[in-house]
Write a protein that binds this ligand. Structure first.
Ligand SMILES: *Cc1c(COP(=O)(O)O)cnc(C)c1O
Length: 381
């Protein structure tokens, strides 16, 4: 099956009892057994639930994996992967990480004597320099938030394989439509399903997908032991949203491209960060590993100040100022005072995250309306 067909058909089937086309919401905590241990594969909904199973089978197909596990949030999924580590183990992660990932690594797992190294993995040599026998996991995110850096997944996973290290890719920004890390050698793909996969800003959920059966066994054990599972109603909503992922992503990419081009020509705008530009640092790698360049982009203002960015953000009418991304509606955010406020200013500036940097999650509204909105807001800067 091709991707668009998988979105709609993989893992789901008409209900044998009623013919219902849509997977029912199995709102149950437990399941009747004929005799102890004699049942239809379901015992208790922390372990398995039919609505969740349908979604997991669908997600596995989308990433070309043979298993998937859904969690109550993206962070729940990241927590489970990190619990594969033991005290004394070390993890290498890209330095331009989602803030929540950085927080769980440094504020939670460092207390359990797991050591984390953060480095710029858009340069593969930085990985080689940090490898030692204690390193058991490499965690990357590409494109990164909010600078839209691109990491070469194939090059990173090759080095991991040679050194017997598990490689995990947070594929939230790309979605399975744009990029499939398992095909490029990754052991685990992670998604904040909250974002593009669900796409309608009404569910918080996470997922892990892979091909390695031993990893599946370990992660399913961790999930069932620790308990971060999503409810069946949320699984139903994601199964509903996922059917249009390809159509939404096509429009996100089209609108993203037009907005990147519009901004790059506007006289109030300084730099625009979008992997589709031929002068983007790793444009060539993005072209190879991604199908298109997505709907996320960031830009700075010529008059670089927090006040000026705030002027812009309070002037937009269609772009709503909010955390999160990947929904059908356009959102804007100010990393310096929102998602990345906890990073010291000098460090932030070093990575290009200036005071005026604005991040856009471009939605699927009419492009003329979106550009008019940005245009009138930029006039106020
Ligand atoms: C949102 C996000 C997460 C965390 O997922 P939640 O569903 O919010 O727990 C992890 N990584 C990236 C890149 C994200 O955008």
């Amino acid at each position: 099956m091709k991707f668009a067909t998988k979105l709609i058909h993989a893992g789901v089937h008409a209900d044998p009892e009623t013919g219902a086309i849509m997977t029912p919401i199995y709102q149950t905590s437990t399941y009747a057994q004929k005799a102890p241990g004699i049942h239809k594969g379901f015992e208790y909904s922390r372990t398995h639930n039919p609505t969740r199973t349908a979604l997991q089978n669908n997600l596995a197909a989308l990433e070309n994996g043979n298993w998937a596990l859904c969690f109550s949030s993206g962070m729940g999924a990241i927590d489970a992967v990190t619990k594969l580590m033991k005290p004394g183990d070390e993890v290498i992660a890209s330095n331009d990480l989602y803030g929540g990932t950085y927080r769980i690594f440094t504020k939670i797992f460092e207390n359990y004597n797991i050591k984390f190294h953060f480095t710029d993995l858009s340069n593969v040599h930085n990985l080689k320099n940090l490898i030692n026998p204690n390193v058991k996991l490499v965690w990357i995110e590409t494109p990164t938030n909010p600078m839209l850096n691109i990491i070469n997944i194939e090059a990173i996973t090759k080095i991991c394989k040679e050194n017997n290290i598990i490689s995990a890719v947070d594929n939230t920004f790309a979605s399975p439509y744009l990029q499939n890390p398992l095909n490029l050698g990754a052991d685990i793909v992670m998604h904040s399903v909250t974002k593009y996969i669900n796409g309608h800003s009404d569910v918080v959920m996470g997922a892990l997908i892979g091909n390695n059966i031993q990893l599946h066994e370990k992660l399913a054990f961790i999930q069932n032991s620790c308990g971060a599972v999503p409810g069946p109603q949320d699984c139903f909503l994601v199964l509903r949203g996922i059917k249009t992922l390809h159509v939404r992503m096509e429009r996100h990419c089209q609108n993203g491209k037009k907005i990147a081009e519009f901004l790059s020509k506007n006289n109030k705008v300084d730099k625009v960060y979008w992997p589709g530009f031929t002068n983007h640092n790793n444009h060539e790698i993005a072209k190879v590993q991604m199908k298109d360049f997505g709907g996320m982009l960031s830009f700075t203002l010529k008059n670089d100040s927090i006040e000026n960015a705030h002027k812009f953000l309070s002037a937009t009418k269609l772009f709503t100022l909010a955390e999160s991304l990947g929904g059908v509606e356009s959102l804007c955010g100010h990393p310096a005072t929102m998602t990345h406020a906890s990073i010291p200013r000098e460090e932030r500036i070093k990575s290009g995250l200036l005071d005026s940097l604005i991040r856009l999650s471009v939605g699927i509204e009419d492009i003329d309306d979106l550009i008019n909105d940005l245009n009138q807001a930029l006039e106020k800067c």
